[in-house]
Design a protein around this ligand. Structure first.
Ligand code: C5P
Length: 237
């Protein structure tokens, strides 16, 4: 497999084509951004930590029967993935209230959400990823109705697998964002799963172990990511 030109560069990852039209290389960079790119910093080791973290989680999800784009780790900061036709919708599940839902609905951070709640957001930087509903997705044709159903089912299935995985390691999976795409007409999990795109708290102390440490200037960002990884049994370089 040969890495070719850069196809796209996002806030924390870059995507490269390969000699196989159905495969791409994801490069996890050290760039860390928040508030739609207003706060940006380089955090040493982050690319490597997120690459290996993502590989571990994607493998767990594959083992549980959830199709993902992940193929294999290529280097400390790179992984090979299937090339998907991305669906421009973000799927968020929340087990505990935190972040935007607290502001939007005036609810206190830390409230258990029983059952967990689900939200769709439109992937659109210029519009700051507005919240949307299934009618919007249908009316504007952002995804086929059967694909929307599959995205919801898979996002909740991911919750069943990962909530338990984190709990067994003494952590609470507060919320997370997933993105999906199509490969051979099948809905497949894409993008990444790392502490950049989810909230994880220590079960006992509720210490924040995710990107909120960066957003809120709490310090110890990568140390927290590595602690989560170590508790899950991930070995970093
Ligand atoms: O900001 P909000 O509370 O809506 O985020 C919910 C979850 O989705 C958080 O874990 C956050 O890190 C993640 N998220 C993300 N990328 C976005 C929006 C949210 O990873 N563009």
């Amino acid at each position: 497999m040969e890495k070719r030109e850069e196809l796209y560069s996002g806030k924390a990852k870059s995507v490269y084509t390969t000699d196989d039209p159905n495969r791409m290389v994801l490069l996890f960079r050290n760039d860390t951004s928040a508030f739609d790119g207003v706060k940006v910093e380089q955090l040493e080791r982050k690319g490597m930590v997120n690459n290996l973290f993502n590989a571990f989680i994607m493998q767990k999800l594959e083992d549980a029967g959830i199709a993902t784009h992940f193929e294999k780790v290529l280097s400390s900061q790179e992984s090979l993935v299937k090339r998907l036709e991305m669906i421009p919708v973000e799927c968020v599940v929340r087990n505990i209230a935190a972040g935007s839902i607290c502001k939007r609905l005036g609810v206190e951070e830390g409230i258990d959400l029983n059952p967990p709640t689900f939200e769709f957001f439109l992937k659109n930087d210029a519009l700051h990823d507005p919240m949307i509903n299934e009618f919007h997705i249908r009316s504007f044709g952002w995804a086929e109705p059967q694909h929307v159903e599959t995205m919801k089912e898979l996002t909740f299935k991911v919750n069943d697998v990962l909530k338990q995985l984190f709990l067994d390691a003494g952590m609470l999976l507060v919320d997370y964002k997933l993105e999906f795409g199509l490969f051979d007409g099948q809905v497949v999990l894409g993008d990444e799963f790392s502490p950049d795109g989810c909230r994880i708290w220590d079960k006992e102390t509720r210490k924040k172990l995710d990107k909120d440490r960066f957003r809120q200037g709490l310090g110890g960002v990568i140390e927290a990511y590595e602690e989560v990884g170590h508790r899950l049994g991930i070995k970093f370089d």
